[in-house]
Design a protein around this ligand. Structure first.
Ligand code: FAD
Length: 388
């Protein structure tokens, strides 16, 4: 079954969806409002499930080559004491891949490069859809209307299309944490591939890239909307007494490189990931907090699953039922787990609760940490070849 699709949103999820659809023989246009992704100056971790989904849509090899495996690292206290260690080799043995770190701009670049240029319409915003026909959707773009058998709503956490399709849904809410992050100017000498440090209501972490630069992030409990004229100065103050690596990472960063975003999530789960001939995907469907590093991985799972369902089912409508059935329970359960991980991790602020959590972590065998990662990362994409 071939067909035509318009993907609204050219983020990680939308681009991967377009690649998956092309792989099964569909004609695809991606409509993206921005010329450059908003968080191109940051990095991302991909777990085995995300890498396997990238394999399914055809760019896994390129992504693995551009990403740095995270073999060493773990979680520390602000004084630098280890609370838990991550064993990347064990993850690799269990899943075929450890977690990897990659600059977002690089991942974006390779997803875009795998699509023919004529598939991408950048600098174009979709404001509405024409849903008057049962089996076609019209997507007004400028003076034109793109007609398609299927629209993929991949327009992110503040999705306009979700608001159109589910007007009674309350939409995303502020998760209570704000994040500042940047990539160091030059390669940074650090003994671990990945680290988190947890204090009261604050987390500082880094991931390393293949070129030796590090991305760091600081996640803080804070009211929404607070912005600083000198963010790096504020962070230097906030993390002044934390172990030496943290002030050193801040010192290795150009002040203007710092990105600052409030974290929003969909606390009220969507009743469906589809509406008529529209499939919602990625943050548009299940925006989650970043505490498990799974948001983009889930978007990639969506992309591979949608293409596989369309390849396997005799009709678009049947494929959309299958997509919703296969994706909604899993993505919504990972979103709940991410919220819980934030509450017992970065967001925990009462000193007694922090002390209890830290003792528990120190005493837990390392396989407990590994099992927690495996629970979400051990996912295998359905085949994109036609079945049946
Ligand atoms: P987006 O990346 O938001 O893309 C949506 C796109 O749609 C944008 O390009 C936007 O410009 C476009 N758009 C929006 N509206 C319109 C419109 N009306 N018309 C046309 N285009 C439109 N996930 C991980 O897997 N690992 C991590 O390590 C990780 N770390 C994170 C750290 C932080 C601080 C945060 C905030 C998130 C993190 N995530 C991580 C989550 C991950 O970033 C998101 O889940 C993922 O980027 C979602 O991709 P998406 O394509 O669904 O949405």
């Amino acid at each position: 079954m071939g067909g035509t699709a318009v993907v609204v949103g050219g983020g990680i999820g939308g681009l991967a969806a377009a690649l998956g659809l092309r792989r099964i023989g569909w004609e695809v246009r991606v409509v993206e409002r921005a010329a450059v992704p908003a968080d191109a100056g940051a990095g991302i971790s991909l777990h085995a499930n995300g890498l396997r989904a990238l394999d399914a849509v055809g760019v896994g090899t390129a992504a693995r080559a551009a990403a740095r495996p995270q073999y060493t690292g773990g979680t520390r206290t602000p004084a630098g004491r280890w609370l838990s260690r991550m064993d990347g080799t064990l993850l690799e043995r269990e899943l075929g891949a450890p977690i990897v770190g990659i600059p977002r701009a690089v991942l974006h670049g390779l997803l875009r490069a795998a699509l023919p240029a004529e598939c991408l319409l950048v600098g174009a915003t979709v404001h509405t859809l024409d849903l008057s026909a049962p089996d076609r959707v019209g997507v007004p773009v400028g003076d034109d209307v793109l007609e398609a058998d299927l629209v993929v709503a991949a327009d992110g956490v503040h999705s306009r299309l979700r608001g159109l399709l589910f007007p009674d849904h309350p939409g995303p809410v502020y998760a209570g944490s704000t994040v500042l992050r940047a990539i160091t100017e030059d390669p940074f000498e650090v003994p671990t591939d990945f680290e988190l440090t947890w204090g009261a209501g604050a987390e500082f972490g880094h991931i390393l890239f293949t070129d030796g630069r590090a991305e760091w992030h600081a996640v803080l409990n804070a009211p929404p909307g607070v912005r600083h004229s000198d963010p790096i100065g504020v962070l230097r103050d906030r993390f002044r007494d934390w172990h030496d690596q943290i002030p050193a990472l801040l010192a290795a960063t150009r002040p203007e490189a710092v990105l600052h975003h409030d974290i929003h999530e969909l606390v009220t789960p969507l009743p469906a990931f589809t509406a008529g001939r529209v499939a919602l995907l990625g943050d548009a469907a299940h925006a989650m907090t970043p505490h498990l590093g799974q948001g983009a991985c889930q978007a990639l799972e969506d992309a591979a699953t949608l293409a596989a369902a369309l390849a396997a089912e005799p009709s678009v409508d049947a494929a959309l039922v299958r997509y919703d059935t296969e994706r909604r329970p899993r993505a919504q359960s990972v979103a709940r787990a991410a919220r819980r991980a934030g509450r017992v991790g970065q967001q925990l602020s009462h000193p007694l609760a922090v002390a209890l959590r830290n003792t528990g972590l120190r005493l837990a065998p390392s396989r407990v940490t590994t099992r927690a990662i495996l629970r979400h990362a051990d996912w295998t994409p359905p085949s994109l070849l036609e079945q049946g």
